[in-house]
Write a protein that binds this ligand. Structure first.
Ligand SMILES: [Zn+2]
Length: 254
């Protein structure tokens, strides 16, 4: 059923949540656009103008690693101050109320954690861009430190003390999906009785398989997204209204 308007959307979602024991939200870029973070994959998005740097190119070339970091610092200047939006805050409310055991996200912006969901309960399928790790030993490095080293070395990316390359903790194109996160996402999906996909076009596999997995396992499925998705036909509720407006009523006073 496609909600005909905002009121019907909120009422439908309220009913589904009330009838559920375990709600698992699955979020994509659409939940963060009201925070000022653009959807890089959308038409006109950054990635249609500037090719992302694939993982093998990052590994193969010092210049590519420097370029990757230059772009990351430019993004930090533009979006680094982004704060959680209404959608993030609503999901954090469900989490605090014990209604949602965790959040699965395709986003790398750390805004679920910033809204109050414990880091161990945010399953990041594409990693996290707000810090860096060594590709060899997994040592964590903060962005500010990397930038200081980078600028001090005249635009050369620093390496780890073990000699490995330091990269944002994201999953680049061509990089293997994070196994632990995929496994946890599957566990959450199979344990929920309501799966809510929010702001994802559900086209990137294998992540897009989760709504289908939930539905086949007997959970109900709600899809909140500006544009139609290929799973709308099997969803119990489809909402094409503004995400922040739909979720705002679920923000609890803390
Ligand atoms: Zn290392």
């Amino acid at each position: 059923m496609i909600a005909p308007d905002l009121n019907a959307a909120v009422a439908g979602l309220t009913r589904l949540i009330e009838q559920s024991e375990s709600v698992v939200p699955f979020t994509g870029a659409g939940i963060s656009t009201e925070c000022g973070i653009p959807d890089f994959r959308s038409p006109g998005g950054i990635w249609t103008k500037m090719q992302p740097i694939p993982f093998d190119a990052f590994l193969a070339s010092k210049d590519m690693r420097a370029e990757a970091w230059r772009r990351r610092f430019a993004m930090e200047d533009e979006f680094g101050g982004a704060q959680p939006g209404r959608g993030h805050r609503a999901l954090a409310s469900l989490y605090r109320a014990g209604k949602a055991p965790g959040v699965i996200t395709q986003n790398i912006d750390n805004l679920h954690q910033a809204s109050g969901v414990a880091a161990e309960h945010v399953v990041e399928l594409h990693g996290n861009t707000t810090y860096a790790t060594c590709l060899d030993c997994a040592e964590r490095y903060e962005l500010a430190w990397v930038r200081e080293q980078f600028e001090h070395a005249g635009g050369r990316a620093p390496d780890c003390r073990c000699g490995g390359y330091i990269k944002t903790a994201t999953i680049s194109f061509g990089q293997a999906m994070p196994e632990a996160a995929m496994r946890r996402a599957e566990e959450l999906t199979l344990a929920c009785d309501l799966f809510v996909s929010i702001g994802s076009s559900l086209v990137v596999w294998p992540a897009a398989g989760f709504p289908l997995m939930a539905k086949r396992n007997g959970a109900r499925l709600a899809i909140i997204n500006r544009d139609p998705t290929e799973f709308d036909d099997i969803a119990d509720l489809v909402v094409r209204e503004d995400i922040g407006s739909v979720l705002a009523p679920f923000i609890a006073a803390t």
